[in-house]
Design a protein around this ligand. Structure first.
Ligand SMILES: [Zn+2]
Length: 102
């Protein structure tokens, strides 16, 4: 999984194609991400007790990680990522398009 929480990503396919947002939640086990303001659905919920209000609620749904691309801050486009290692041997993600660090 190349995507991390806080990344800016763009949805590459599906109904939400073209939407951009920040990654709020990453679920490596499920292979999904929740992107802010992308893949919102309206849930018609019934009131449950005093605290849960009923009505129509916007809910962020998880997207498969494979349909989102990390937006490179340098070229401003969704890019595939590569990996390079710095002097300490730490992994650094790089943009395949321009070679800049992500
Ligand atoms: Zn780039």
């Amino acid at each position: 999984m190349r995507i991390r929480k806080g990344d800016t990503v763009q949805v590459l396919s599906g109904k939400q194609r073209g939407r951009r947002g920040q990654v709020m939640v990453v679920d490596p086990a499920a292979g999904t991400v929740i992107v802010d303001a992308a893949n919102m659905v309206k849930r018609h919920t019934k009131a449950r007790g005093a605290t849960m209000q009923g009505g129509i609620i916007d809910k962020d749904m998880p997207l498969p990680a494979s349909v989102v691309g990390i937006v490179c801050p340098a070229c401003g486009r969704p890019s595939r990522t590569g990996v390079r290692y710095d002097e300490q041997g730490a992994k650094i993600r790089v943009c395949r398009r321009c070679g800049g660090d992500l």
